[in-house]
Ligand binder design. Structure first.
Ligand code: XMP
Length: 518
């Protein structure tokens, strides 16, 4: 949960109180899409801490429980005495109704999915909606009687009170979920609450995020120096630019090239940061060192471990030279902050994030992205002039091509895969598919196969192509790439990479496969 995350001063803030909703994080994201800063906090956050945010509005999320079960999460009644507008969603509205003297009951009808909503009178909350609207519902209990003084704004077949408000007191409730796309006018409902009920200004923009971040970084770092491990991905890149804007040359970036990035990618990182942006950068060419350590290693987890450890060693060696740096910058995102400790996914592979850094170093942490979602990081990157290639880079595993070269890694095999992969990247971009794919890449299996080129028998490498669609890498579907594109990939790879005589396309989803081959 987001406890302890920095409070953003200077921006209107709306807090989402989490009652265990499936959609809690989504509500905060949607509020931010309305350009109002929002954080998800536990429903029982002590009032003093809640007040410290100086929120301009509070949203009570949905939740899986009935308000009547014993251990149902309770709404702290103090929240209703703060004089701040409150919007209850689903369970949140039921809690609100109960506290203010309404009636909540289990009716015979439950509603799950798309539901017809009749707008009775729009009031403030449903302004702009009229007649029949579609809304997404997911509930068994319903508010059967609104609390005294409330106007009933809408009803559905199973919800006599599907939306309600007591405008003069600043209390609002909806039984439906305005935050999901299946409620087409949901964003209008949220905007009515945020702008009209709470009086928030839509000021949470990339420019204001940059301005606030710089203030926060300066307040934390003071006159001290900081060190940042640059990986070439969007998070560490945006963190580097924000830090540089805030503390200038007192920032030093360290980029460890383990020799297993994509073709020309390491050069591009150096060109961009040291060249274009002029940021102090130490680039360590550690390719030989990594390849030595990985010699004859075929077991995937050992590869990961070796690369992770070697990375830390390289980084530490450089960090030690910067004796006066007090701070270490990390690219932690808000979704990591929310999820840390709450999700215990089974360990299938040890995701040794090579961007991750030593645990026992004598640094204080600066986490400039700690309050941002990934799409906000990208928007900030664009605003800061980061090249499209970095802003929209697909996820790339820390161990890089090492886990896409099955079996032992040699310089020659890295080189073959880099050339084949470069063709995949180029053609996918040319086809305009790069952004809609979660990842696309080439893999070099351990086998060889027979082919015939000219009149000669060849015994060469096959290359596998993997392209997947996914939202979060937990599950993934193989992408139905057009046949013409597959044909171009196959013929270009075989013609331009002489070591390769066969190309195959991976048509496995996750689960049961994984995205990477190792
Ligand atoms: P899998 O292969 O487990 O991958 O379906 C899920 C996502 O994680 C990435 N991945 C890694 N990232 N270090 C990383 O930083 C790793 O060792 C690693 N292994 C997999 C993978 O690219 C995909 O996005």
């Amino acid at each position: 949960m987001a406890q302890g995350s920095p409070q953003v001063k200077g921006l209107d803030t709306v807090l989402v109180l989490d009652f265990g909703a499936q959609y809690g994080q989504l509500i905060a994201r949607r509020v931010r899409e309305c350009r109002v800063y929002s954080e998800l906090v536990p429903h029982d956050l002590p009032i003093a801490r809640l007040k410290a945010y100086a929120p301009k509005g509070i949203i009570l999320s949905g939740g899986p429980m009935s308000v009547y079960v014993d251990d149902a999460p309770q709404l702290d009644p103090e929240i209703l005495n703060l004089g701040i507008p409150v919007l209850g969603i689903c369970y949140g509205m039921q809690s609100l109704a109960l506290h203010l003297g309404g009636t909540v009951a289990r009716t015979d009808l439950s509603e799950f999915g798309k539901t017809a909503l009749s707008v009775l009178e729009p009031g403030l909350l449903l302004e702009g909606l009229r007649g029949e609207e579609q809304a997404w519902m997911s509930h068994r209990d319903s508010v059967t009687k609104a609390p005294p003084g409330f106007d009933v704004l809408a009803a559905s077949a199973a919800s006599p009170v599907a939306a309600m408000e007591a405008r003069s007191r600043g209390f609002y409730g909806v039984q439906f979920h305005p935050e999901v796309v299946h409620t087409p006018r949901g964003m209008d409902v949220l905007k009515n609450f945020l702008y009209k009920a709470c009086g928030c200004a839509p000021e949470f923009t990339p420019a204001s995020i940059i301005e606030e971040s710089i203030k926060q970084i300066r307040a934390q770092v003071g006159d001290n120096k900081a060190i940042l491990g640059l990986s070439g991905g969007v998070d560490s890149s945006v963190a580097a630019l924000l830090m540089y804007k805030a503390i200038g040359e007192r920032l030093t970036c360290v980029f460890v090239d383990q020799g297993m990035m994509r073709m020309r990618e390491a050069e591009r990182v150096v060109e961009t940061f040291a060249g274009t942006f002029g940021i102090p950068l130490i680039a360590v060419d550690a390719a030989d060192r990594f390849l030595d350590k990985l010699k004859d290693v075929t077991e995937p987890e050992r590869k990961r471990k070796i690369i992770g450890e070697e990375f830390i060693r390289c980084f530490e060696e450089e960090a030690r030279k910067l004796t006066d740096a007090k701070f270490l910058v990390q690219g932690t995102l808000y979704s990591d902050v929310i999820e840390s400790g709450t999700r215990q996914a089974a360990k299938i592979k040890s995701h040794h994030n090579v961007g991750g850094l030593p645990e026992k170093m004598d640094f204080e942490l600066v986490e400039p992205l700690r309050w941002l979602f990934k799409d906000e990081v990208r928007a900030v990157g664009e605003e800061l002039g980061l090249p499209e290639r970095i802003v929209w880079r697909q996820p790339f595993p820390g161990p890089g091509l090492a886990i896409r070269i099955i079996g032992a890694i040699t310089r020659e095999r890295v080189d073959v895969l880099q050339r084949a992969d470069a063709i995949v990247q180029e053609e996918i971009r040319k086809a305009g598919l790069y952004r809609e794919l979660w990842q696309c890449f080439a893999i070099l299996p351990v086998i060889r196969s027979v082919g015939v080129q000219g009149d000669e028998r060849t015994y060469g490498y096959p290359i596998a192509i993997r392209a997947v669609k996914s939202d979060d890498a937990m599950t993934a579907d193989w992408a139905h790439l057009p046949y013409d594109l597959l044909e171009t990939l196959s013929s270009r790879i075989i013609n331009e990479v002489p070591e390769v005589n066969r190309v195959v396309y991976d048509i496995s989803s996750k689960p049961p496969s994984t995205i990477e081959w190792e």
